[in-house]
Ligand binder design. Structure first.
Ligand SMILES: [Zn+2]
Length: 299
């Protein structure tokens, strides 16, 4: 039996993250000092994009929510209609999101590898080098029939043309970090198929219940392992580390003797493993870290 990397969060972990307890084990100064002058691998999650207006549905105060699983998506046309109707509205908002100070600081810091769990494409937009989008990008679409990948902008235009007035009728919905929205009434939404083979189109992202492609995971493990000899550190920023797809890199770092700093608002599953855990916003912390690294290089 294979266990998928991404399983939906349990109610208990969501509740713990929402409890608002300060779980810090160090100060900003200590965390910055630890990371200022060494090679870094950085893992980012939804908390990095909240300052871009994309809500973090696992962060403190967020409503509990269960995203569609891969198994549900492939179960048939009704699930796909439900997915695409909601995602169509979500994409209309998400594509207008702009990178924030945290994204820009990380692009300047230019870690040995930036691993992001976010599918919003905002790290890409600021030209971050050496980037792995662990869960893919919501801007890409894959055909489950012929595996051809296409751009979301083209599909968005096809969806809009096939469903006139749909977006206008649902202008008030809330967008989630995976590009989904809270909407129940999706009957009648028309979902076009692949233009090459007529197959089922899926956003090219790793759904809950799906595994991250092995080559992608190996590239990340290798970068984390190289930190051991280089005296480097792993920084996890804005991720609750609820799913194994991110937590495993923290575990690998610890096994290799690599220091781990976790910056997040709310408890994370990695807290017991962290060298320093900081309750802080990503934009402020990363901006401070970027300045400290510039100073360290200049001295
Ligand atoms: Zn196809």
């Amino acid at each position: 039996m294979t266990v998928a990397d991404r399983l939906p969060p349990t109610t208990a972990t969501v509740a713990a993250a929402a409890a608002g307890v300060d779980t810090s084990t160090g100060t900003t100064a200590e965390a910055v000092a630890l990371l200022a002058d060494r090679p870094l691998v950085v893992l980012t999650g939804a908390g990095l994009s909240t300052d871009s207006g994309i809500p973090d549905y696992r962060g403190p105060g967020s409503p509990a929510r269960t995203p569609m699983t891969y198994q549900e998506f492939v179960s048939g046309p009704l699930a796909q209609q439900r997915y695409w109707a909601r995602s169509h509205l979500g994409w209309g908002r998400m594509r207008r999101a702009e990178p924030n100070a945290g994204h820009r600081a990380l692009a300047r810091i230019a870690p040995e590898l930036l691993i992001t769990q976010n599918v919003d494409g905002l790290h890409e937009r600021v030209g971050t080098p050496r980037l792995v989008a662990l869960h893919g990008r919501i801007a890409d679409v894959v055909c489950l029939g012929c595996r051809r990948t296409t751009g979301r902008t083209a599909l968005h235009a096809r969806l809009a043309a096939a469903n006139p007035g749909f977006t206008e009728r649902h202008a008030e919905v809330t967008v989630n970090p995976d590009g989904d929205v809270d909407l129940e009434d999706t009957a009648g939404f028309v979902v076009p198929g692949c233009e090459s083979c007529g197959g089922v189109l899926k956003p090219d992202v790793v759904f809950f219940g799906e595994n991250v492609p092995a080559a992608r995971v190996e590239r990340c493990y290798a970068a984390v392992e190289r930190l051991a000899d280089a005296g480097g550190a792993l920084l996890a920023a804005g991720s609750s580390l609820t799913v194994m797809s991110g937590l495993r890199f923290v575990r690998r770092a610890v096994r290799c003797g690599v220091a781990v700093v976790i910056v997040n608002r709310g408890a994370t599953r990695g807290d017991p493993l962290a060298t320093v855990k900081l309750e802080a916003g990503c934009s402020e912390f990363l901006t401070a870290l970027d300045s400290a690294r510039l100073d360290a290089r200049a001295s």
